[in-house]
Design a protein around this ligand. Structure first.
Ligand SMILES: Cc1cc2nc3c(=O)[nH]c(=O)nc-3n(C[C@H](O)[C@H](O)[C@H](O)COP(=O)(O)OP(=O)(O)OC[C@H]3O[C@@H](n4cnc5c(N)ncnc54)[C@H](O)[C@@H]3O)c2cc1C
Length: 540
């Protein structure tokens, strides 16, 4: 018999296996299960800091009268499966982010060759390009925090949880990351993360395996257009046109299908759609706001009820959400013990985001605090501008761009506009700013004077409400850095619910965050996999 149960212990008893065994025995008795002897396998740990107390919930799988190994469940490992490749079946994958890489591994399982085309560089060169943003104020529009091998999440906290379970088995994505080198802890933590210091090696290992199994990669190759031919009723996509980022040389790549996994920073891809197949785009809700950075000790103390690193639980996380004047105001991509990073993908904009190392041990903790923006909230001038481009669905993208350019205009190079949270609430410019993890630097700015009122007015009320639940969040040591605009895409690329094929273009499969159907590393990876299963079905 196998029974799953949860025991609760104090943080200091996390490794006290004798105590765990006694508590498991008591739980079994409570459930009227007689067990002279049993074996247990640790499954999941979660931290509970509610109600003024710190507790750990430990989930175990308990084996009564059978061995875990015999049940075949002892730490199941993922292994790459690849059939002999059929030269006749090739799929072009645009984008080497989680959707593209996990999609490629899935195609190999079906004996289909993936050809991955990526505008950015490999992680080794990408690290150098990213360093130039802070040291020289140079943003390479094809190789930055958003673009390059591994996609937007390569230099990130590498949080691997998703609020959505509907796409499939999250643990299978975790096992793939573990196979390629991520710590085994990701399989048992309730909120697993890899860390920016480990992610590049994991991504490199994935690339090497895909090549070993027969896939191909082309880096520094930007897709500029789709190659189409007339079909029965719709255009059929036969391949993609590219331009080398290094030489400007133009090329064409042909395949039996194209997986479009370009992420939500690739504005040029949406603009291309607006020309080729505008009916395939749909405006969607997105969000924008700021990164808020606190000293880590302050967040730890709030969340751990006055305790700090002595609690032995690592840097504290938080998640806040509230409603202000009919729109959500919420935290996103919280990075405990992390850094705020410059994730602009163009030279005339400022976009911030967050990342952490595996140890989550920097002096700061940060999170995006953003305001929901529905299509009807987008200012009229952007609606009119998008309509004049023949694609009203792009209005949100134009609004996003305006906020990023306003941040640039109120910063200095990539030094970002910033303000103490208390000064923001009082409506005054900060006379001096606290130390920050944001390496390009910060410039004092009255954020409320230029952020769109839809955002700044709600942030003001939202912070008061957040502080009500997380007392101490509003603090002179809390720093707001603008602008956080890339939490999700303002445009969706429409696809069939069952087949994942684009509603307007045959042979094209939009997937991942840029398609508007996923958000975050895990759900984008699963979306890429699911789309590739559908491609394989269509080619069988
Ligand atoms: C700094 C930062 C931190 C983050 N932290 C986390 C986190 O901790 N946890 C989490 O779940 N999510 C995090 N995210 C979000 C996460 O990275 C994305 O949700 C995820 O990467 C989306 O995967 P994707 O494959 O759909 O797209 P992406 O990862 O965006 O990949 C798209 C790829 O397509 C390429 N591309 C774009 N246009 C073209 C073109 N025209 N031609 C060729 N290639 C092109 C891009 O260069 C890019 O590599 C973070 C993002 C950033 C920027």
């Amino acid at each position: 018999m196998i029974k799953e149960l949860t025991i609760t212990v104090k943080p200091e008893d996390e490794k006290n296996t004798g105590l765990h065994k006694n508590l498991i025995k008591k739980e079994l008795q409570k459930n009227h299960i007689k067990a002279e002897s049993f074996e247990s396998v640790f499954v999941k740990k979660s931290i509970d800091a509610r109600h003024g107390q710190l507790k750990l919930h430990l989930r175990y799988k308990v084996y009564i009268g059978e061995k875990p190994e015999a049940a075949g469940e002892w730490k199941p490992k993922w292994r790459p499966v690849a059939q002999t490749l059929s030269e006749k079946r090739t799929v072009i994958i645009v984008g080497a982010g989680p959707a593209g890489l996990f999609g490629a591994l899935k195609l190999l399982e079906f004996g289909i060759k993936p050809v991955i085309i990526e505008r950015g560089t490999q992680t080794s060169q990408r690290k150098k390009d990213i360093a130039l943003i802070s040291t020289r104020d140079v943003v390479n529009a094809d190789s930055n925090y958003c673009f390059g091998e591994g996609g937007a999440g390569t230099f990130s906290d590498g949080k691997l949880y998703t609020r959505s379970n509907k796409r499939g088995d999250i643990s299978s994505v975790l096992r793939v990351f573990n196979y390629f080198g991520a710590d085994e802890k990701i399989l048992t933590d309730a909120h697993p993360h890899i860390g920016t210091d480990r992610l590049p090696q994991v991504i490199n290992a994935m690339r090497n395996k895909i090549i070993e199994l027969g896939g191909e990669f082309y880096f520094n190759e930007r897709v500029t257009s789709l190659i189409t031919e007339a079909g029965d009723k719709k255009l059929k996509v036969k391949g993609v046109e590219t331009q080398s980022v290094l030489t400007g040389e133009k090329r064409a790549f042909y395949g039996d299908a194209v997986l479009l996994a370009t992420g939500h920073s690739a504005s040029d891809i949406y603009e291309m759609f607006a020309k080729i197949a505008p009916a395939a785009l749909e405006a969607k809700t997105f969000a924008a706001g700021v990164r808020v950075e606190h000293p880590r000790t302050l967040i730890d103390s709030i969340q751990y009820h006055g305790r700090g690193s002595d609690a032995g639980l690592g840097a504290a996380e938080y998640r806040v959400t509230t409603q202000v004047d009919g729109r959500g105001v919420y935290s996103f991509c919280m990075c405990p013990g992390g850094f705020v990073v410059p994730s602009s993908s163009g030279p005339d904009e400022i976009v911030v985001n967050g990342m952490s190392a595996a140890a989550r041990n920097s002096k700061w903790s940060n999170a995006a605090i953003v305001v929901e923006i529905r299509p009807e909230d987008v200012p009229q001038k952007h609606q009119a501008a998008a309509a004049s481009l023949g694609c009203p669905q792009l209005a949100g993208l134009l609004f996003r761009r305006e906020i990023e350019q306003l941040a640039f205009a109120n910063g200095k190079g990539q030094a970002a506009p910033a303000q103490r949270l208390t000064d923001f609430l009082a409506g005054r410019k900060s006379t001096e700013l606290p130390a920050t993890s944001y390496t390009p630097g910060i410039v004092s700015s009255e954020l409320g004077s230029w952020l769109p009122p839809h955002i700044s007015d709600r942030l003001k009320k939202g912070f008061e409400q957040i502080d009500h639940n997380m007392h101490g969040f509003i603090s002179p040591d809390a720093l707001m850095i603008a602008a956080e605009t890339r939490t999700s895409t303002p445009v969706r690329i429409l696809r069939d619910k069952e087949t994942f094929e684009c509603t307007e273009l045959k042979g094209l499969y939009p997937a991942g965050e840029g398609s508007g159907y996923s958000g975050g590393i895990v759900s984008s990876a699963m979306d890429g996999e699911n789309a590739c299963v559908q491609i394989a079905n269509s080619l069988s």
